[in-house]
Design a binder for this molecule. Sequence first.
Ligand SMILES: Nc1ncnc2c1ncn2[C@@H]1O[C@H](COP(=O)(O)OP(=O)(O)OP(=O)(O)O)[C@@H](O)[C@H]1O
Ligand SMILES: O=P(O)(O)OC[C@H]1O[C@H](OP(=O)(O)OP(=O)(O)O)[C@H](O)[C@@H]1O
Length: 218
Amino acid sequence: MSEDRYLTFALAKGRLADKTLELLAQIGISCGEMYDKKSRKLIFVNEEKKLRFFLSKGPDVPTYVEYGAADIGVAGKDTILEENKRAYEVLDLGFGACRMCVCGPASAKELLLHHERIRVASKYPVIAKDYFYNKKHQTVDIIKLNGSVELGPIVGLSDVIVDIVETGSTLKENGLEVLEEICPLSARMIVNQVSMQMETERIRNLISQLKNVVDKDY
Ligand SMILES: Nc1ncnc2c1ncn2[C@@H]1O[C@H](COP(=O)(O)OP(=O)(O)OP(=O)(O)O)[C@@H](O)[C@H]1O
Ligand SMILES: O=P(O)(O)OC[C@H]1O[C@H](OP(=O)(O)OP(=O)(O)O)[C@H](O)[C@@H]1O
């Protein structure tokens, strides 16, 4: 444990970024110019509290944390499950709440029911494979897509999709529905395993302050 060592945070760009910065601000941690959307700067330092922050693509957050390039990370549970990296998941931050679901046209219900060998399109092939093979014991063909996954059943690429559902409006507007729920999702804080041993007090203190705010808000 060293007083001079900087604790480094890897934060996910995109939907979760603003909420993460707001949460840190609520416990008195400022990330300064990170709020400046026009800035191309990647790393920010809070000298007073000996903290460093950087924004990365969401799926890279668990990688930075596993290798110790970041001590702490904030990412969606979907990303954590999909990337499957070594790190301690220490806190459910509550925001970014949504669900991972199997979705498709109503007609695909029968295919699921009879454990047919179906095609599943997803941005999350690891989660999809784990669900169908390990939980449902159903053999399927998984097709990896990078976005607009709802297109899969519409254009005949796949029978169903495994994707995030929040409000359900994307499904509705495209004539699809939730067929099965895989798991609930939200933003999580993860910690590098060595950092947790080396900086136990600072990290525990941070977790407990964040927990107080999260318990109050959600
Ligand atoms: N409606 C939603 N769609 C997608 N992700 C959501 C939604 N609601 C909450 N989330 C959370 O936000 C995270 C994704 O945020 P982001 O804005 O980076 O989306 P993305 O579409 O996956 O990114 P990209 O545009 O780089 O592909 C997810 O990992 C998930 O945990
Ligand atoms: O239930 P809803 O509130 O409609 O939200 C769910 C949609 O949002 C996400 O897509 P995103 O906007 O990230 O775009 P993408 O399809 O390119 O990943 C997700 O993949 C769904 O398509």
